[in-house]
Design a protein around this ligand. Structure first.
Ligand SMILES: [Zn+2]
Length: 243
């Protein structure tokens, strides 16, 4: 038997305490991209970057002032396209029934200020976040770091969630670095990329090098790589490597 509400759009009122008192409705727009971004979250669990629901992926919608981002508190095992919400560049939800991630304001700020960024990831991956807790950048002591990050992975300022301060800290820190990753002090990892998948890769690599450099530190002081070699490695990897 058909429910009388079957064809009606799902709607729910977002309770007080959310950034904006929006009524969310599912219209099914950008479904393929939401499906793609939902699936990318499997990398976060596969590589041990997230605990419970604490990380998220977003991606800019090409040609529109919109992006899609994981819904707040949605569990990774249950994440489908409907768990990914479409937002405008001010972070307002425009399609989807899930309240967008609590990090939406930070992602929106970065998309507004860095037009070349099309994807972002946030995690509290444990080794990298251990560096962030000490506000210590990860020094460039591995050729893989020179390849991927073009130098050390920088630390951004302490910032509270709830306004533009995390986004501002990310943008300001990225401006002084070739790294696609920032360790926000006392918080965790934020990465950017030309696509969501590239930002996911940067998040995976950030945790990998954070762990390796940590292990190296237990044995003594890791050796820095000469800047000229860092530059050569970075140029080669960015321009030549891959298919
Ligand atoms: Zn966080």
């Amino acid at each position: 038997m058909r429910s009388p509400h079957e064809d009606a759009p799902l709607a729910l009122h977002v309770s007080a305490g959310t950034p904006r008192g929006t009524t969310l409705t599912e219209r099914g727009t950008h479904r393929a991209q939401r499906e793609h971004v939902a699936r990318l979250h499997s990398y976060l669990t596969r590589y041990g970057l997230v605990t419970w629901t604490s990380g998220n992926v977003s991606e800019r919608v090409p040609g529109e002032d919109l992006f899609v981002i994981k819904g707040s508190g949605v569990e990774y095992d249950e994440l489908t396209w409907e768990g990914v919400t479409v937002c405008d560049l001010d972070g307002n939800a425009v399609d989807g029934v899930k309240k967008p991630s609590s990090d939406t304001d930070a992602h929106a700020y970065v998309y507004r200020h860095l037009p070349e960024v099309n994807g972002q990831v946030h995690t509290h991956s444990p080794y990298a976040t251990a560096w962030a807790a000490r506000a210590e950048e990860i020094p460039c002591v591995l050729t893989a770091m020179a390849d991927e990050f073009g130098g050390s992975i920088p630390v951004g300022p302490f910032a509270l969630i709830g306004d533009d301060s995390i986004g501002r800290g990310i943008v300001e820190t990225l401006a002084g670095s070739r790294s696609p990753a920032v360790l926000m002090r006392n918080h965790g990892v934020f990465t950017v990329g030309p696509s969501a998948k590239a930002a996911v890769k940067a998040a995976v690599m950030t945790e990998d090098v954070a762990r390796t450099v940590h292990f190296s530190r237990q044995l003594g002081e890791p050796l820095p790589i000469d800047q000229a070699d860092v530059d050569r490695l970075y140029a080669r990897y960015q321009n030549v490597y891959g298919q």
